[in-house]
Design a protein around this ligand. Structure first.
Ligand SMILES: Nc1ncnc2c1ncn2[C@@H]1O[C@H](COP(=O)(O)OP(=O)(O)O)[C@@H](O)[C@H]1O
Ligand SMILES: CC(C)(COP(=O)(O)O)[C@@H](O)C(=O)NCCC(=O)O
Ligand SMILES: [K+]
Length: 207
């Protein structure tokens, strides 16, 4: 079964156990001839995907009453996958969603690594550093690279840890954030497993 999670940077495919990515900028979805179950947060692609009969939008098979109307479908599928924890989906944006006793408590959206690095760089060339994910968030920075790394990472780290819940990391940058959320579980297949659960629950409707 071919699954696809489409974000603002990548088509993230999973075929049985093979995972691969294609760029949103260059990939042509009509090149896929087999049936593919997908979710998509990329509004620009919605019309094209809905015109392809072999691309099946799983967002139509989820009970959206538990979520707010404009919530990203990637976040909804991630939340549906767990009963308790804080999910960090680190991609173009970093989304953080809190689930307690199988209930969606709420969540927030934080700039992704590339977006934030460009923001600092656009302020001044003096801030053109990659983020140091090894920087000690318990010590006030005394160099420029840690000054922007701490500025970007400490707020996110403190907020996530304040919930005292298990942390689950997913998304293209999960392994970077694992360096600061050391006790987190990295689950690159979180959303794909959630998609499989929804397909199984709706197999009579999904021919
Ligand atoms: N222009 C870009 N914007 C955002 N992320 C980018 C960009 N170029 C490369 N990346 C990398 O691509 C990955 C995006 O993560 P991914 O989860 O695939 O994105 P999304 O789900 O938002 O499409 C990250 O590792 C990020 O660092
Ligand atoms: C925040 C997102 C852009 C994240 O998408 P991604 O990082 O996977 O490209 C996506 O969840 C989205 O479009 N959300 C809509 C706004 C909201 O969730 O409130
Ligand atoms: K994301």
């Amino acid at each position: 079964m071919l699954l696809c999670d489409i974000g603002n940077t990548s088509y993230h495919f999973c075929n049985e156990n093979r995972e691969y990515k294609e760029s949103v900028k260059s990939f042509d979805p009509s090149s896929v001839k087999e049936k593919v179950y997908y979710i998509c947060v990329n509004k620009a692609l919605h019309v094209k995907l809905h015109s392809l009969s072999n691309w099946i939008d799983l967002s139509e098979y989820i009970d959206k009453k538990k979520y707010y109307q404009t919530m990203g479908i990637d976040r909804i599928f991630a939340v549906e996958a767990i009963n308790e924890g804080v999910i960090i989906d680190a991609g173009s944006a970093v989304t953080v969603d809190v689930v307690k006793n199988n209930e969606f408590v709420g969540g927030f959206i934080y700039p992704g690594i590339q977006a934030m690095r460009k923001t600092y760089e656009n302020i001044s060339p003096a801030l053109a550093y990659s983020f140091n994910f090894e920087c000690d968030l318990d010590i006030m920075p005394k160099n420029s690279q840690d000054a922007i790394s701490y500025g970007y990472l400490k707020t996110l780290y403190s907020e996530v840890m304040s919930h005292n819940l298990p942390v689950i990391l997913t998304g293209g940058d999960a392994l970077e954030f694992k360096k600061i959320f050391r006790d987190a579980k990295v689950d690159e297949k979180l959303i794909f497993n959630s998609m499989k659960k929804i397909i199984l629950q709706n197999e009579d409707r999904l021919c």
